[in-house]
Ligand binder design. Structure first.
Ligand SMILES: Nc1ncnc2c1ncn2[C@@H]1O[C@H](COP(=O)(O)OP(=O)(O)OP(=O)(O)O)[C@@H](O)[C@H]1O
Ligand SMILES: [Mg+2]
Length: 150
């Protein structure tokens, strides 16, 4: 399916790693100007892999990997603009998340991709896109919803 930025939600399907690049393009079209994107889903659902595909669309040439130990990874695109990738899996409280300084990044105007966002939810801007990934064997269903709490 195609997704446009006027829709409040979109469902994208990935059958394999090869069609993730199309899903990444569709997600970016859906997000429009919104650059804060959270990624939920079970362990191994495909959050990091999808973020990798999105970064590729954004011309990020740095190696995209799970920031499990660092909490925050910073990449640069081909115009040297930062892209931030967070993984809050190991953190336990909102305060710990806040202590990483993530709010500064969320309001920096740069893309922020956030895995395991629950504990940082209250730190997010009012408007963001929530992506939920479910996997059934090789088939990934990617649901994107525009959240606006303002
Ligand atoms: N769309 C896809 N098609 C086929 N395989 C995929 C797809 N997405 C992810 N995978 C495979 O699933 C495995 C787990 O993916 P990934 O690390 O992206 O999950 P995750 O949701 O980030 O996990 P975690 O919860 O540990 O952060 C990897 O081996 C990856 O290659
Ligand atoms: Mg991951």
């Amino acid at each position: 399916m195609t997704a446009t930025s006027t829709q409040k939600s979109a469902t994208l399907i990935s059958h394999s790693l090869t069609d993730l690049s199309i899903a990444a393009e569709q997600l970016l079209a859906f997000c429009g100007d919104v650059k804060i994107i959270t990624f939920s889903g079970n362990l191994g659902a495909g959050k990091t892999t999808f973020i990798k595909a999105i970064c590729k669309k954004l011309s990020v040439e740095d190696a995209v990997s799970s920031p499990t130990f660092s909490i925050i990874n910073e990449y640069r695109n081909n115009e040297n603009i930062p892209v931030y990738h967070f993984d809050f899996y190991r953190l336990k409280t909102t305060q710990e998340a806040g202590d990483t300084g993530c709010a500064d990044y969320f309001f920096s105007g740069c893309y922020c991709f956030i895995e395991w966002p629950q504990i940082a939810e209250s730190l997010l801007p009012d408007e963001y896109v929530k992506v939920e990934i479910t996997n059934d064997n090789e088939i990934r269903t990617i649901n994107a919803t525009l959240i606006n709490r303002a």
